[in-house]
Write a protein that binds this ligand. Structure first.
Ligand code: GDP
Ligand code: MG
Length: 430
């Protein structure tokens, strides 16, 4: 699929005028990719119309080739499909979480607490889910880990009472996140309850939490919640799974609001601010090649990645981190690597699975290591691992995961039999 998209793009290259047939072919491939990623058909059709109209009608900017012109339009239209850019101010505020049961509200509440705490805010959470047994304990466990105060009362049946008591108990907190009850389906009493909570809290933001795998159901959910409380941001959870999250774009269209965060795993650190580039690349199964190459050159010019030295076996933890950092700046690792000769090797799937959140964790753990350990991770035995875990506030498993990742990269690089002198910079330009 991504091959055919790439081929369609290639067909536009070198043309002097925009070729209608080539544009149509590109749009067809784009449609196929988006629909496979669960994007609503109506949205796909609207997008196709505007791309086609602009590609054929807009004048070719001076000095720009047909391919770049069309790619730029495609990219701009895709970005507008992602909704407006969202702003998250670091100020006192209240955030109300909405969504059906299982969408990830409670988990995301914990993650948000962590995220804002890291930004230096005093955070607290209210659990007014008195519907699902164990909801309070679930949130309490998450918050306890990060020392965030939480208010809840498993014996109180009235959600409004909980909210009112919670607001007064958390008077001294700057950001209050209100986790609400979900139901299996949209029911009137759920909507009534969240409307009342909304009136009582008068939240700064009302965010809708949507499971990436939701597909077409996202539209109805978004519509109901939006009519009830006025959704002003969408959070897509479980993006670490196989789903591409295209369904959630219906929620964006329905509410006219942007995507605020992406949930990318089950731990409290697995939350990322939304990045349209990454999301689009994932929807299409390919990156915006032009932007990718441009960014790649920018990054690499300043910090030439020396693959040659790495292949000679001089690959330290510091090297690994530097590589990851540079590669991550260019976009999703998988797309970047697929453009390099390196990408033709059979790398284990986990190699690609490095989010910026994980990188932060790696960084913190590496800060707890000695120079000798960073240069030669093979010295890391059990007692050192425990010391590093303790020093960095991580778990032993997390330290082991970092070491495992390092070994995997090291092994992959050893298997890479290229040769000669070359740098990533030159590889990118090929
Ligand atoms: P709620 O009913 O909306 O409060 O949903 P929960 O927060 O209880 O989450 C439901 C399930 O989804 C739990 O098992 C979570 O661990 C899981 N979950 C939530 N967010 C994510 C995510 O970003 N990635 C993964 N893999 N699982 C998630
Ligand atoms: Mg919950």
């Amino acid at each position: 699929l991504s091959t055919s998209l790439k081929d369609a793009v290639k067909k536009l290259a070198g043309k002097a005028v925009v070729d209608r047939a080539a544009v149509e072919e590109l749009i067809r491939d784009l449609q196929r990719a988006l629909i496979q990623s669960d994007v609503n058909v109506k949205l796909v059709m609207q997008l196709s119309q505007s791309i086609k109209k602009r590609a054929l009608e807009e004048e070719l900017p001076k000095g720009m080739g047909v391919k770049d012109h069309v790619l730029r339009i495609v990219y701009q239209e895709l970005v507008s499909l992602m909704g407006p850019e969202t702003e998250l101010e670091l100020k006192p505020q209240k955030i109300l979480m909405a969504g059906l049961q299982g969408s990830g509200k409670t988990t995301t509440t914990g993650k948000l607490c962590r995220y804002l705490q890291r930004k230096g805010m005093k955070v607290g959470a209210i659990c007014c889910d008195n519907f699902r047994p164990g909801a309070f304990v679930q949130l309490q466990t998450l918050c306890k880990k990060i020392n965030v105060p939480i208010y809840g009362d498993p014996n109180e049946k009235d959600a409004l009472t909980i909210v009112r008591n919670g607001l007064s108990a958390l008077r001294d907190v700057e950001v209050i996140i209100v986790d609400t009850a979900g139901r299996h389906a949209l029911e009137d009493d759920l909507i009534d309850e969240i409307m009342q909570i909304n009136d009582a809290v008068k939240p700064t933001h009302r965010w809708l939490v949507i499971d990436a795998a939701l597909g077409q159901g996202a539209r109805d959910q978004a519509k109901r919640f939006h009519e009830a409380i006025g959704i002003d941001g969408v959070i897509i959870t479980k993006m670490d799974g196989t789903a591409k999250g295209g369904g959630a774009l219906s929620a964006v269209a329905e509410t006219g609001s942007g995507i605020v965060f992406i949930g990318s795993g089950e731990t409290i650190d697995d939350l990322e601010r939304f990045d349209p580039d990454g999301f689009i690349s994932r929807l299409l199964g390919m990156g915006d090649l032009r932007a990718l190459v441009e960014r790649a050159e920018e990054v690499i010019e300043s910090d030439d990645l020396d693959v040659n030295a790495m292949m000679k076996g001089k690959f330290t933890l510091r090297d690994m981190y530097k590589q990851l950092e540079a590669l991550n700046k260019m976009g999703p690792l998988k797309q970047v690597l697929s453009m390099l000769p390196l990408g033709n090797m059979n790398l284990p799937g986990e190699v690609y699975d490095v989010t910026s959140v994980k990188m932060q964790r790696y960084r913190v753990m590496m800060d707890s290591m000695t120079d000798a350990e960073l240069d030669d991770p093979s010295v890391l035995g059990t007692s050192r691992i425990h010391r590093i875990a303790y020093g960095s506030g991580s778990s032993v498993d997390q330290v082991r995961e970092l070491i495992k990742y390092y070994k995997m990269m090291q092994k992959a690089l050893k298997g890479f039999k290229g040769g000669g002198r070359f740098s990533m910079n030159r590889m990118m330009k090929q």
